[in-house]
Design a protein around this ligand. Sequence first.
Ligand code: NAD
Length: 473
Amino acid sequence: MYDINKIYINGEFVTPHGTEVLELFSPVSGEKVSRVVLADEVDTQNAIAAAKTAFQTFRYTDKAERIGYLRKLHDIMAVRKQDLVDVMMEEFGCPRYFTELLISGAVNDFKNMADILENYDFEPIVGRSKVRLQAVGVVGVIIPWNSSNGFIATKVSAAISAGCTCVIKPSELSARQTQLMMEIFHEAGLPKGVVNFVTGKGTVVGAEITRNPDVNKITFTGSTNVGKTIAKGAADTMKRVTLELGGKAPNIILDDADFATAIPQALFACYINSGQACVAATRLLVPQHRLAEVNELAKNAIKNMVKVGLPQENDTTIGPMVTSNHWQTVQNYIHIGIEEDKAELLAGGLGKPEGLENGNFVKATVFTNVSNQMRIAREEIFGPVLCIIPYKDEEDAIAIANDTPFGLGAYITGKDRKRIDYIAERIDAGRVCINGDFHDDLAPFGGFKQSGYGREFGVYGLDAYLEPKAIIG
Ligand code: NAD
């Protein structure tokens, strides 16, 4: 049993003022594994005050000093990588192969930002003026559980590069992963108050960050509904806001694609992070006349290539859902899919896979002949549930891909690059991945439509923490 009873404020591990205790359960065994003392509004105000004071000095640090912190954070994280991987697999149940990818990405975020900073001009000349790019101020970092330390790395590396200070509100479900991250930041020796951690509830800590006038910007990753609440609350004090929200990504397979590789790859793209990913390719759009072939390939891939299992096993592709509540939500969607008249359940379905009854495991599920109007095709399920949707022609595929309130990720597989570029141009999403190239950690990442606004990663990510001030004359 892990007792997690410290938060990190002004360079010190402190006991929270809050007294509420949250119990966390293993997603694999269902056993109680952690007790977390939750921070409250007073803790949050203390953290914001520390970040505000630290900002008065940190904003004027020179670039070389900030690069030094970033490189140090990178090096410490690289040394602690295995610990980060192990705890993420245990606490969240993320399969090993994907956990390693996520944590490697997180480690690299610090190096990438340091490299960008080396050549970044904070005082470009525009017209007759010097534009001074200044740090926006105290940043509230509010994040979900599905790649907790990855989000911290992406957001905080950019924020401190700009000279901002941070109050991080991780998901209370990631308390152990957060503890490791606090240790890493402490070891890096940043000035006191530059980075603070307040683990607590969204409606308590998150709400205080949203309303507190001393917070200048919020960077949020999470659900579209909470994103809307934050955007409304932040408007009162005109905070700058970056929102990375939900998704329902289309994956278009063109008829000239190599289906034997494209279909198994499409399943993996849906099942990344056990389906608990905002960019999961949950809507597989295939040519109507090839539907039977696609169904056969999908069934084979489920049988031979997809394994629901323990996160630590090397060949596991799908681990458990994060909580039993979330497991139930996914079951409800599978039930809805079965009840809705049109679609056919091709694989998986309700209940737990054999031998994995104790944890929050969901069967790798595929519905085929799905209409884009069905709830399972419109709403974010956040579990391993794929919808195969047939399209008539290219224009129909584009229309279906865009017929969603979301616009985060999109995928296209095919041979004819001209055709792919034509479609990519017409897709309303912040990121279009071609032929299985799933990620570029220097490219901007963010949403169109109700998937949010603002961008992260690379230079675009850094810009989000800067206010341009024109010095004219
Ligand atoms: P969530 O929106 O429930 O919670 C996210 C964070 O917001 C948590 O720390 C939570 O405590 C906090 N929060 C909750 N209510 C709040 C309030 N009223 N005020 C301030 N903060 C509050 O999301 P979740 O269930 O933890 O994560 C899953 C969601 O995150 C999915 O919708 C997924 O698509 C999205 N997500 C988006 C991206 C992206 O980059 N676009 C990445 C990963 C996950």
